[in-house]
Ligand binder design. Structure first.
Ligand SMILES: NC(=O)c1ccc[n+]([C@@H]2O[C@H](COP(=O)([O-])OP(=O)(O)OC[C@H]3O[C@@H](n4cnc5c(N)ncnc54)[C@H](O)[C@@H]3O)[C@@H](O)[C@H]2O)c1
Length: 339
């Protein structure tokens, strides 16, 4: 083979390799540690079966799907949110699709903002199952309104729910985990827990607060190596979150919710969450593009990130004003992954 031919073949191979890596990067829907764990790490099927898992916000969206996927793994479940009838519906479906029995699923209505009820709720779980292996702090609400239009009451209320409600329940469960010297505290934060976006100032503040809080708590628990703290940071995911979002006034509902189809499939998000929990990952980003790229640039070159952030931010406000979902139509995603 001539030297020229060899070099041409080598160049083609390198270009092919780079092409494949580029497609993989564009299609990636998790940060590097998460993708590694998905490829080489521990499987949720090996690690999580037989555990007792308490999921808040289990009546809808991510929490509901989490209940279904966990039930298939054989975990005992505590399902919490405010509406008992919705939790019963989720429980019945769990029983239908898994080998769990009635006694394996506790429906435990709970309002995260009613902090005085959290101790009694924890006691009820311990009476039923004897212990709690995993607490998934998932319940919460988002926000769609500009700061200039938004009442301060909204900021107070969203902080009460997403931040104080979450740490209040954690405070009730943690002593029990410390006594056993084991447990997993998993909190569903958001990519808005470390980047910013318009229309969600209050929500973003609560998620930043959660990130800061749980990063500190993890550092306080170094003498308890078997208690792990995982912050899950999803980008946009299909659920009822926009439907249930706060607006500029406490009592006002969002008028135009818009289609949610362009967002990441709930089942895929939850599968990646389970992989994160099984592998005790400390912080994970679960998101499709372009948000994942924004997260990386935001971390490594925050000032440059503003160029892209501003473009997305303008589009977000425009979308919102036009009555479509704020995160729609940045660009069409490649074929969606579903699990
Ligand atoms: N869907 C997304 O795009 C997305 C992105 C990033 C983070 N998240 C986070 O995921 C979590 C779940 O949200 P989702 O997308 O499934 O939304 P969702 O609206 O479908 O579900 C929210 C759940 O929280 C519960 N909840 C709300 N207020 C409560 C209260 N006062 N007490 C107890 N439970 C309460 C609801 O009843 C529901 O079960 C939230 O913490 C949210 O911030 C969602």
């Amino acid at each position: 083979m001539s030297w020229d031919l060899f070099l041409s073949l080598l160049l083609v191979c390198v270009l092919l390799y780079l092409g494949v890596q580029l497609v993989r990067f564009v299609r990636a829907d998790g940060d590097l540690t998460l993708l590694w764990a998905e490829w080489q790490g521990r499987r949720p099927e090996w690690e999580l079966s037989d555990m007792v898992v308490w999921v808040t916000g289990a009546s809808s969206g991510i929490g509901e799907e989490l209940a279904y996927q966990l039930s298939k793994l054989g975990t005992s479940l505590v399902l919490s949110s405010r509406r008992a009838n919705e939790l019963e519906r989720v429980k019945n479906k769990c029983l239908e699709i898994s080998n769990l029995k009635e006694k394996d699923i506790l429906v435990l209505p709970l309002d995260l903002t009613d902090r005085s009820s959290h101790q009694a709720a924890t006691k009820t779980v311990l009476q039923q199952f004897g212990h709690i292996d995993i607490l998934v702090n998932n319940g919460g609400r988002s926000q769609r309104s500009l700061f200039k239009d938004t009442s301060l009451d909204v900021y107070k209320e969203i902080m009460e729910l997403n931040f104080l409600g979450t740490i209040s329940l954690t405070k009730c469960v943690l002593p029990h985990m410390m006594e056993r010297k084991q447990g997993k505290i998993v909190t569903v934060s958001s990519i808005l827990g470390f980047i910013g976006a318009p229309l969600a100032g209050g929500y973003c503040a609560t998620k930043h607060a959660l990130q800061g809080f749980f990063n500190c708590l993890r550092a306080e628990l170094t003498t308890y190596p078997e208690i792990t703290v995982t912050n899950i940071c999803p980008g946009p995911v299909q659920s009822n979150i926009v439907h249930n979002a706060f607006t500029e006034d406490i009592s006002k509902k969002l008028e135009n919710v818009g289609s949610q189809e362009h967002k990441m499939a709930t089942s895929r998000c939850v599968r990646l969450m389970l992989i994160s929990i099984a592998n005790d990952l400390k912080e994970v980003w679960i998101s499709e593009q372009p948000f994942l790229t924004v997260c990386y640039i935001w971390q490594y070159a925050p000032t440059w990130a503003w160029w892209l952030t501003n473009k997305l931010a303008n589009r977000r406000i425009e979308n919102f004003k036009n009555g479509v979902d704020a995160d729609s139509s940045y660009f069409k995603p490649l074929k969606k992954k579903t699990n």
